[in-house]
Design a protein around this ligand. Structure first.
Ligand code: F6P
Length: 538
């Protein structure tokens, strides 16, 4: 077997050997490139032909994926692949309730099915008015959670807005009181259900918001706990809150926070769209699981996405990647993917604790098109940094009476990837300026501002329509992409030690702000805390 290091080195040499070869040249050399460098599965098409990956690079990248298969098998078999926390990684079990998975010889699926049935029963009773608040039918649901206990359901609830037929669903995540104040302001405590979503039930932001929500509800409601539900692995703590076990939905430690939308953390989504559509969302995720496990590497969407990311970040050295959904309802997808990708693969040591010898995951960012076009696309087209762009596009919109909007949306998306690749040469820019009547030095000066270097890579993920099922496919696609990338980089994608230090220090900074003398803080932090006290008036 070829040594992985050797393949990395070959890839680096291959990239160097490409010199200034343009993507357009690759198209000219290979008339079938648009088909050959596009992969279809589950009704989705991933077009990666507008990248600098050529046949040689593709072959090497596919070899780089060799370690994925064994690790993937270990994950689906329930082995404790999250080695730094000693946990199995089985969020996939949540979306295959009919499957059979064991952890340490114990079947976990009966529990998965029971919890799903419990969620279905509660969501259905709430939606049809059998579960009520003190003031009658529940009109509003507030999910209080942060990170993985917020981003997944918040993203999915927004994405599937056309399927909403339940109570209104709102999200509070930030410890900034502005967040909860704005959300609760228009709501009636007597007809509101508060869901406290926290795997650990200790997260300071969530518990602070939950206390505030309980106080708000207590102003009008005799037994606020009766209008609270909890989504958590810490059932002892939910009981201390007085939340009836009937409204507590638990999950086990083999579901990581950022992978948890498929189970109880998705309750707000189930309430918004109904249990049957939630099942479709799960089925979409399960279909992607089956694809990931069975498709050959060269046709495996998650593996290919991982390899494309590695080509851009680790081989070409592009520091960031932009996720650009041309779907306004996917507005929270970039934020969701930021946690998924950066909390998973933003690491500095390998699984065995040794320093990584290659960069870990890139910065991920983005906004929906077309809004981003009028903001940061300037830099993407003409800035000095190359930003690989990942476009996501649905062929059909949800507003048949606004089909002309959708046509323009799609046209813009396709135009952007074409413009990024083609660019505009100096000669073309000169011709434009000449047409405008400019001559001499002024023509030259103005032309240079209008040059687009082009050759900027992008991929396009095309789906037919954003539905619960296709959303499930997309989310699972990215989850497995992150996993495959992590395996190739030798990273544990399932822990998140990097968030702990700041959390600990925040607890030690809080007393400083109350004017207490806390030794051990640095001079800048002491001074800033003092200034805050002064500006607050003591
Ligand atoms: O910020 C770290 C983190 O542990 C995330 O991984 C997680 O999604 C989030 O906090 C929320 O945690 P919890 O669900 O326990 O409140």
């Amino acid at each position: 077997m070829t040594d992985q290091n050797d393949i990395w080195n070959q890839l680096i040499r291959h990239r160097e050997g490409q010199g200034d070869t343009r993507i357009e040249t690759l198209f000219a050399q290979d008339p079938a490139r648009a088909q050959g460098f596009a992969t279809s599965a589950l009704g989705m098409v991933l077009d990666w032909s507008k990248t600098t990956i050529d046949a040689g690079a593709r072959d090497l990248l596919l070899q780089l994926a060799a370690p994925v298969a064994a690790r993937r098998a270990a994950m689906f078999a329930g082995e404790r692949i999250n080695e730094t926390e000693g946990r199995a990684v089985l969020h996939t079990a949540l979306r295959s309730p009919d499957g059979r998975v064991e952890v340490d010889g114990r079947d976990i699926m009966a529990g998965v099915r029971d919890t799903l049935a419990h969620m279905r029963d509660f969501a259905t009773r709430l939606r049809d008015g059998r579960f009520t608040g003190q003031g009658g039918r529940i009109t509003d649901v507030v999910n209080i959670g942060i990170g993985g206990s917020d981003l997944g359901p918040a993203m999915a609830v927004r994405a599937l807005a056309p399927r909403h037929d339940g109570p209104r669903v709102h999200f509070v995540s930030n410890v900034d009181g502005a967040d909860i104040a704005d959300v609760l302001k228009p709501l009636d405590p007597e007809t509101t259900l508060v869901i406290v979503a926290s795997k650990t039930f200790t997260t300071i932001e969530t518990m602070t918001n939950a206390v505030t929500a309980r106080r708000w509800m207590a102003e009008k409601v005799r037994t606020p706990a009766a209008q609270f539900a909890a989504l958590s692995s810490a059932q002892g703590r939910t009981a201390q809150w007085g939340i009836d076990a009937d409204r507590v939905f638990g999950f086990e430690d083999w579901v990581g926070g950022r992978y948890s939308v498929w189970g109880p953390i998705g309750l707000s989504l189930m309430i918004a769209i109904g249990a049957d559509r939630f099942d479709e969302f799960l089925a979409g995720g399960a279909a992607m699981d089956a694809h990931f496990q069975s498709a050959p590497v060269a046709e495996n969407l998650p593996v290919l996405l991982a390899l494309i990311g590695i080509w851009h970040h680790q081989i070409c050295g592009y520091a960031t990647r932009a996720v650009l959904p041309y779907d306004n309802r996917l507005a929270r997808l970039p934020a969701y993917l930021q946690q998924l990708e950066m909390e998973s693969n933003g690491k500095r040591v390998a699984m065995d604790g040794s320093d990584l010898t290659r960069p870990s995951g890139p910065v991920v960012w983005g906004e929906p098109g077309t809004n981003g076009q009028h903001a940061f696309y300037q830099l993407i087209h003409q800035g000095t940094a190359v930003v690989p762009c990942e476009f996501i596009l649905a062929a059909k919109g949800h507003e048949p009476h606004l089909a002309h909007h959708h046509l323009l949306l799609v046209a813009n998306c396709l135009a952007q990837s074409e413009a990024l690749m083609r660019g505009r040469s100096l000669d073309q820019a000169r011709a434009l300026m000449a047409e405008k009547g400019l001559t001499g030095d002024e023509l030259e000066r103005q032309a240079r501002h209008r040059v687009f270097p082009g050759n900027r890579p992008s991929t396009t993920l095309l789906i037919s329509e954003l539905t619960p099922r296709t959303l499930g496919q997309i989310v699972a696609l990215y989850e497995h992409r992150v996993f495959a990338e992590g395996v190739i980089l030798g990273i544990n994608s399932f822990d998140q030690w990097g968030v702990e230090l700041g959390k600990e220090l925040a607890l030690q900074v809080a007393p400083l702000l109350e004017g207490k003398d806390v030794p051990g803080h640095d001079p800048s932090t002491n001074r800033l805390a003092g200034l805050v006290r002064e500006l607050r008036g003591g």
